[in-house]
Structure formats: C-alpha cells, structure tokens
Ligand binder design. Structure first.
Ligand SMILES: *Cc1c(COP(=O)(O)O)cnc(C)c1O
Length: 224
C-alpha cells in the first residue's frame, strides 16, 4: 500500500471517530482529499483505496491532471476549493462537480451563464471570509446571508452550503461556529470546513465536508 493510501485509512478512521463523538451518523461527513501539487501517479493509489472525492485549488492544474484520471474512473467527484476568477468560469464549470469558492456577484453571474451554456450544474458553496483577512478570498460574513439570497433570487443559482478557511493563527472553533450560524440564517445545509490540522474540531461544529490534504498526501513544498 502507498503511504498516502495508508494515511487515507487513518484519516477515515479519525473522521468516523469524530462523527461518533459528536453524536452524528456515520457517513455524515464527506472527505474531500486535497490533491493539489500532487501528480496523477501520487493520486492513483488513493483512488485505488476507494477515495472518490478530491479537491484542487487551481483550475489550470486540475485541467492538466484530472481529465485522464476521470477517463479511468467516471465516478470521481472533483471539487474546486481555490479562488475562482470569472475568466476561468467556463473551465471550472466544465471540470468540476462542486465549487466551494463563490464569493461575489461577478463570479455568480459568470457561473450562471456558463452553467446555462454547458448544461452542467456543479454544486455550489459560498466562501465566507470569517476572519475578515484582507489577503483571503470570501465574502464578508456580514454580507453572506444576503449574498446567498441574491445567488438564488437574482442569479438563479442554488447554493448548497458555506465554506471557510479560518485564519492560520487563531483558534478555528469560533470561525466554525460562525459559519454554522450563518448557514442556518441563509437556509443552506452544507458546511465545508476543517483541514488536516482541525478537521475533528470542524466535525464537532457540524462540518459536512472536510478538506484534507497534507494528512493524506504528505507535506507540500512551501509555496513561493
Ligand atoms: C490546501 C487546502 C486545504 C488542505 O490543507 P491541508 O492543511 O493540507 O489539509 C484545504 N482547503 C483549502 C481551501 C486549501 O487550499
């Protein structure tokens, strides 16, 4: 077994334990295995071990490696978890089954137009910048509920849930709690929150999708 396939088993076991500890049903949490920066050869053993849901943060990178993997495995479920520019909306709609990073009207408009044109409907999450970090994507939490309503009513998009990346230097729990509260107010069910360092906490706060990369694939080289 590859190291990544073994690590996948450990992460799955930890997710199941966290579901139990939170009194949530088994299978309540979807593991999105974040394969960014890893080549297809590193991903194949994880697919062979049964993982079907994967996350990538760059449209171009995903376009390079996923079409071949999809041809081998038509049942893969590919999620975009990185920032989206409107000029990449066509590629994103073509490549991904879910997009976690809808965060402004311009993107919502571009996605709606592409979804109509291509007849594909990826599931959509609104990214919320819970820490109000200037360098981070995501809508201001004070505008999130109105934005979800606008996506639905003005742009014709059905929003499945909210997504957040808490600030790296803060305890994540208050951010997870805020995202859950906003999802309740916005009337959406899914919560994409929790990464390698904090996915068990996220599950305790109601995460339905955890995005786990390095705990499965290993440390990534530092980004320049
Ligand atoms: C890279 C990334 C992850 C995974 O991070 P790890 O700490 O490696 O688990 C999750 N979410 C987003 C948005 C990412 O870019």
């Amino acid at each position: 077994m590859s190291d990544a396939a073994a690590a996948l088993g450990e992460v799955r076991a930890r997710i199941e334990a966290a579901e139990r500890a939170a009194g949530r049903p088994a299978g309540a949490v979807t593991l999105v295995a974040v394969s960014k920066t890893y080549e297809a050869e590193a991903i194949r053993p994880v697919i062979a071990a049964g993982q079907r849901v994967f996350g990538e943060n760059r449209v171009q990178e995903a376009a390079g490696k996923w079409p071949a993997l999809r041809a081998e495995h038509p049942d893969l479920d590919l999620h975009l978890i990185g920032p989206l520019q409107s000029n990449k909306a066509a590629d994103a709609v073509r490549l991904f089954d879910a997009i976690h990073t809808v965060d402004r009207d311009k993107i919502a408009v571009a996605l709606a137009a592409e979804m109509a044109r291509q007849g594909r409907r990826p599931r959509l999450f609104v990214q919320v910048n819970t820490g109000l970090e200037s360098q981070k994507a995501g809508i201001d939490p004070r505008e999130a509920v109105a934005f979800v309503a606008r996506c639905r009513d003005a742009h014709g998009l059905s929003i499945e849930g909210l997504m957040a990346i808490p600030p790296a230097d803060e305890a994540p729990a208050p951010h997870f709690a805020l995202l859950k509260k906003l999802a309740g107010e916005a009337g959406v069910a899914a919560l994409s929150m929790g990464m390698s360092g904090d996915f068990e906490t996220a599950i305790a706060f109601g995460a339905t999708h955890v995005r786990v990369g390095s705990a499965i694939f290993g440390a990534r080289p530092p980004v320049g």
